[in-house]
Design a protein around this ligand. Structure first.
Ligand SMILES: NC(=O)c1ccc[n+]([C@@H]2O[C@H](COP(=O)([O-])OP(=O)(O)OC[C@H]3O[C@@H](n4cnc5c(N)ncnc54)[C@H](O)[C@@H]3O)[C@@H](O)[C@H]2O)c1
Length: 255
């Protein structure tokens, strides 16, 4: 890549709590960012707030098979080839009171929607990226967003969510193996309890201290904690790190 060229990053779920923090961090790191989120999400507003000029917003529903190809084509047309893909789009379906449906009461619709957005959506965007990697690509990086739920079985998340994030973690290793041929890395981050909208479906801020008591570092994480790990994974310092999962959980789960 010619010196002075800004790498282009495409971030799905870029309007979410964690996704927007990742967009902010990558922009601050000097990348050109395409903020991708579902139709109606404030993609342009988030892009306009990022450090530096030239960032763009793109509406895309990761449920739609054509959406990933369309998004990549538009980013290429407006910003150039995508070097960095981060897949942060995701959902967790809980009951209105924040509790999870037990498996016995999980509908096929809940299972399917969760798997489709979290796992299939990740696959579709990674496939669009992989289709474009036909020769060695310096600085090529993929970071998928898993969850401690997939590793621990999830205390507060649904079984379909746990399954979808386990699929993401496994899929990313397969991707890493394939893209390694081209010098491109693929890794996951596995956030623990992070002060972002998905956690707030099941945890009232008034109960944070109680939840934090079970975390060795003694606090709920921030979206910026996750963005910092992503920043490292897409940096030149991480060029020999692939097929890995970085836990961002304050020690909640230690291997
Ligand atoms: N908050 C946590 O504690 C936590 C912990 C572990 C993992 N995660 C993961 O981090 C990611 C972000 O979580 P968050 O807490 O910031 O939640 P969030 O709800 O703020 O972010 C999710 C984003 O995904 C987008 N999205 C959902 N469905 C979509 C679709 N069909 N097409 C395009 N975009 C879609 C949403 O619009 C939203 O902007 C998720 O993948 C989540 O599973 C979060």
């Amino acid at each position: 890549m010619p010196e002075g060229t800004r790498r282009v990053a495409l971030v799905t779920g870029g309007c979410g709590g964690i996704g927007a923090a990742i967009c902010r961090r990558l922009a601050a790191d000097g990348l050109l960012v395409a903020v991708v989120d579902r139709p109606g999400a404030p993609v342009g507003e988030i892009a306009a707030q990022l450090k530096g000029a030239g960032h763009i917003g793109i509406e895309a529903d990761v449920l739609q098979e054509a959406a990933a190809e369309t998004a990549f084509t538009e980013v290429e047309r407006r910003l150039g080839p995508v070097s960095v893909l981060v897949t942060a789009a995701g959902i967790l379906l809980l009951r209105p009171d924040g509790s999870r449906n037990p498996i016995a009461e999980t509908s096929l619709e809940e299972w399917q929607q969760t798997l489709d957005i979290n796992a299939r959506g990740t696959f579709l965007f990674c496939r669009a990226y992989a289709r474009r990697v036909t020769e060695p690509r310096e600085g090529g990086r993929v970071v998928t967003v898993g969850s401690v739920a997939a590793q621990l079985g999830g205390y507060r998340s649904s079984s379909s969510y746990i399954a979808s994030k386990a699929a993401v973690l496994g899929f990313t290793k397969g991707l890493a193996r394939e893209l390694a041929t081209f010098g491109v890395t693929a890794n996951s981050v596995a956030p623990g309890l992070i002060d972002a909208p998905m956690l707030r479906l099941s945890l009232d801020p008034a109960d944070d201290a109680k939840a934090a008591a079970g975390i060795p570092l003694g606090r709920i994480g921030t979206p910026e904690d996750v963005a910092g790990a992503v920043s490292y994974l897409v940096s030149p310092d991480a060029s020999y790190v692939t097929g890995n999962t970085i836990d961002v959980n304050g020690g909640y789960r230690m291997q």
